[in-house]
Ligand binder design. Structure first.
Ligand code: AP5
Length: 205
């Protein structure tokens, strides 16, 4: 038997492959996939005292911390084991997270800026299953699925540029935060999806 780690944090820039890998890890290891991006997309028009998530997301900006912190805290309190994807995105969220849970694995998917832009602008999503594809690297065989694929509102080139800027300013310090604590494991995010998955599986087992 092998000892399993159940509380996993996946860090990486927009387009690094967090969603792709989190979905697979959650299915393979029977973990909850906690993703603030999907949760916010499902509640884009929710009225909060800070406005709606949509206003921030369509501009590529961060949704205010109180809104996201609440989503994550509720999800973590109900989960036995989880893969956390898209959070924390700034130091204040990282501090909040450290108050509500411990982590067993913190993995950082490292991908160059050039590759990130290529991945984001070519990404397509199946609205029925949430499965993630790419026009060049990974299209579904099923024609019916191919025809219903959609592009995310924030995957246009100008919003992608802003998301990468916001990432550099707010989220890169979070990578350093975990590196300083000696918890960060770097994974080559430019390898094939199967290779990245293999490497992450090794970390979990
Ligand atoms: P969110 O939904 O979290 O988006 P993101 O972080 O920008 O990440 P992405 O989903 O774009 O990328 P990913 O790393 O999951 O890549 P994927 O696997 O899809 O956030 C969206 C917005 O919500 C934010 O801008 C913000 O407004 C708000 N928000 C969310 N969380 C928040 C928070 N905590 N605080 C405040 N605001 C928050 O892969 C990308 C593409 O590459 C796909 O096409 C895929 O097929 C392809 N691909 C994946 N892996 C590989 C590979 N190894 N080789 C080749 N292609 C690959």
């Amino acid at each position: 038997t092998h000892e399993m780690s159940h509380r996993v944090l996946l860090l990486g820039a927009p387009g690094a492959g967090k969603g792709t890998q989190s979905k697979r890890l959650a299915a393979e290891y029977d973990l909850e996939h906690i993703t603030t991006g999907d949760a916010l997309r499902a509640n884009k028009d929710m009225e909060t005292e800070h406005g709606t998530p949509r206003e921030y997301m369509e501009a590529g900006e961060l949704v205010p911390d109180p809104v996201v912190n609440e989503i994550v805290e509720a999800a973590i309190s109900e989960a036995d084991g989880f893969v956390l994807d898209g959070y924390p995105r700034n130091l204040s969220q990282a501090e909040y997270l450290s108050e509500i849970t411990e982590l067993d694995v913190v993995a950082y998917l490292d991908v160059s800026d050039e590759e990130l832009v290529r991945r984001l602008t070519g990404r397509r999503v199946d609205p029925e299953t949430g499965d993630i594809y790419h026009v060049e690297f990974d299209m579904p065989d099923d024609e019916a699925v191919r025809e219903r694929l959609e592009q995310r509102d924030d995957d246009t080139e100008d919003v992608v540029t802003e998301r990468l800027r916001v990432y550099e300013e707010n989220t890169e310090p979070v990578i350093e935060f975990y590196r300083d604590q000696g918890e960060l494991v770097e994974v080559d995010g430019e390898a094939s999806p199967d290779k990245v998955f293999e490497r992450l599986s090794e970390l979990l087992e």
